[in-house]
Design a protein around this ligand. Structure first.
Ligand SMILES: [Zn+2]
Length: 348
């Protein structure tokens, strides 16, 4: 396999059900699909894989990649139209109208044309409305593949016309095993699975980064370093973000344009922040579990650190940490969210 094919195959691990579903759709595809799931789970890769199988004359059943499949891999298939947002933050009505115009054209090589919109959540309401008519009166030769975090990113009129495919995160053990199969030693594989929060693409991109183990340790040490002194929470929030920043920049560096690098960096930062907070929450759950006689996950944390809060407080703290992940997913600014969390936990 080529590097690219290997990377695609890796991003698809843990998504067996989804792949089985898209294979079952190949014979009689619907005219619009919406792939939803958290950042970095590989939903765009799943959508591209679906595009490849739909355009391949043999639906991907061949020992060696055919010309159609190879050109999907290199982004040069005339019947796969990739729709990019303009700039950093929106996909507007002009782009949508361009798509509508393209959607009436006859396929060049295949029997259908596919429109892949990987950041469909950036679509403005005007753009969604411009697309709506095409979605309502679909041509048999057109399939739309939209990718977004959630169907709530769209007006219900758009989401209801799409078949929704959910691409979740990969369980820690599955991701660890897959990383080990690629020659990564177990301890590092587990740290990558944790730091990436079950996101295979991100885990793979971080595999070469030596500071990953340190990042996990830093998140695990936050509860013991919390301080109620004014200003300390902000400083610690900034410190944690400064640890994430170079990693996110590195992950995004392979993107070809500045706008794509910006968007990739924002997604990587969000994923790393969520992964880090989950590690922190696991500290508190360990604290409760240890004191109640249960098993712990982070066996390298000194036991005295795990017995500082009562079990009930530790469970409450883990809830607070997980709530912060939800706030951050709602695009609140990270420094105040983290600082408020740290300050509140320090006061408990
Ligand atoms: Zn093929």
């Amino acid at each position: 396999m080529t590097d690219l094919a290997e990377e695609v195959a890796f991003s698809l691990i843990g998504h067996h059900d989804v792949l089985a579903f898209i294979e079952s759709e190949l014979k009689k595809p619907s005219h619009a699909y919406l792939f939803v799931g958290p950042t970095g789970t590989g939903k765009a890769t799943v959508a591209r894989e679906f595009a490849r199988l739909l355009l391949c004359p043999e639906h991907g059943v061949h020992d060696e990649a055919c010309s159609s499949c190879r050109r999907i891999g290199t982004g040069n298939h005339p019947d796969l139209v990739i729709v990019e947002p303009e700039g950093r933050t929106s996909l507007g009505a002009d782009t949508a109208r361009w798509v509508v115009g393209q959607a009436v054209l006859t396929p060049v090589e295949s029997d259908r044309r596919l429109f892949l919109i990987e950041e469909a959540g950036l679509m403005t309401d005007q753009a969604a409305n411009a697309l709506l008519k095409t979605l309502e009166e679909p041509s048999a030769a057109v399939v739309f593949l939209l990718v977004a975090e959630s169907e709530e990113d769209f007006p219900p009129t758009v989401a209801s016309r799409c078949r929704i495919i959910r691409v979740g995160r990969v369980p820690e053990d599955d991701l660890t095993a897959a990383l080990m199969q690629r020659g990564i030693e177990e301890e590092k594989a587990r740290v990558l699975a944790l730091v990436s929060g079950g996101r295979p693409g991100l885990a793979l991109q971080l595999a070469g980064q030596p500071q990953i183990a340190e990042l996990r340790q830093a998140w695990l040490s936050v509860p013991s370093r919390l301080s109620a002194r004014p200003g300390d929470s902000i400083t610690m929030a900034e410190e944690m973000l400064a640890r994430i920043d170079p990693l996110a920049t590195e992950v995004a560096s392979s993107q070809p344009t500045a706008d794509q690098r910006d968007r990739a960096k924002r997604r990587a930062s969000q994923s790393l922040l969520a992964g880090g907070l989950e590690i922190m929450a696991s500290f508190y759950l360990d604290s409760a579990s240890l004191q109640l006689g249960g098993p712990i996950r982070n066996t390298d944390v000194p036991l005295p650190e795990l017995t500082r809060s009562s079990p009930a407080r530790a469970v409450a703290a883990s809830h607070q940490v997980l709530d912060a992940i939800v706030d951050l997913a709602g695009n609140l600014r990270p420094v105040p969210v983290l600082a408020a969390l740290f300050s509140s936990l320090a006061g408990d």
